[in-house]
Ligand binder design. Sequence first.
Ligand SMILES: [Mn+2]
Length: 321
Amino acid sequence: MEVDKALNESRASDATRTARGSGIATFMGLPHTTTLTGVDAVVVGVPSDSGGTPGSSRGPRALRDVSALLRPANASQGIAPFSILNVVDYGDLTVIPGSLQRTYEEIERGLDGILAQDVVPLLMGGDHSITLPHLRAVAAHHGPVALLLFDAHSDTYDVYYGSERYNSGTMFRRAVEEGLVDVAHSIMVGLRGAVYQPSDYDDARALGYEVLTMDDVVALGFDQTVDRIRSRVGAAPVFLSWDVDALDPGQAPATGTLEIGGFSTREMLGVIRALEGLAYTGFDVVEVNPAFDGIRQTAAAGATMIFEFLTLLALRRSQVR
Ligand SMILES: [Mn+2]
């Protein structure tokens, strides 16, 4: 469908035309609407911390606020994503503080309406537990998807506190049990830090995931890391989940779990940009916790990732057309 790309681009944030940071804080100044005719992708907030780290519910507002610093074109990738894609800020999905199950129902319902119109959702969390209903909604429309996870943690534990099956540490086990992910094409990247048992990563592998710990990434180098990801995912529809704790806490300190020895922002940009051409069906950026974000560097990293993900979508769209 032809859309008025020039109009869309002119409405994205551009400080040569409108003072930076002026107006209501939508993501990158994109129009806020829930009318999706002609829309290719939406940025949507999920201000929930009912599944994990208190304070991450403030993530969407922080990401929108700092996104005023982003300019609309990507020189590294040689593309102006908003000249290819019609993107809007959909606002926030409904969440029910204290009720993760009702929050999940709302997220699934909200995303179903978006996906039914062939629109790619980019979610701003929120704690990482929101990824399970996101995967449910995406799998309902696309079938099981390859999970591409950047995270310090596998989040494949079975239960916490004896019987708690749904939280920000279990969703990638639940996703396998529910048949939401195509594990044969799924890969987890950047795992590190102290674990509960030495065999924790083997538990993730036993579920079928390929696991590249941060030690593996360093041993392989970034080019080979990208090769491993690309060969694992292949042509499968892919869901990219990006926990900000994949970054080193020295550069992204505002998150619930500080695991030293992570990706630098520079390294992460290189890896993400090299992952163009994959068949992306959904993205999320989770676990930004603004209360700890001294100079907004963590939110800036998260917002920039959303921009890079939009760029990946635009590149893919320009290749497929
Ligand atoms: Mn994590």
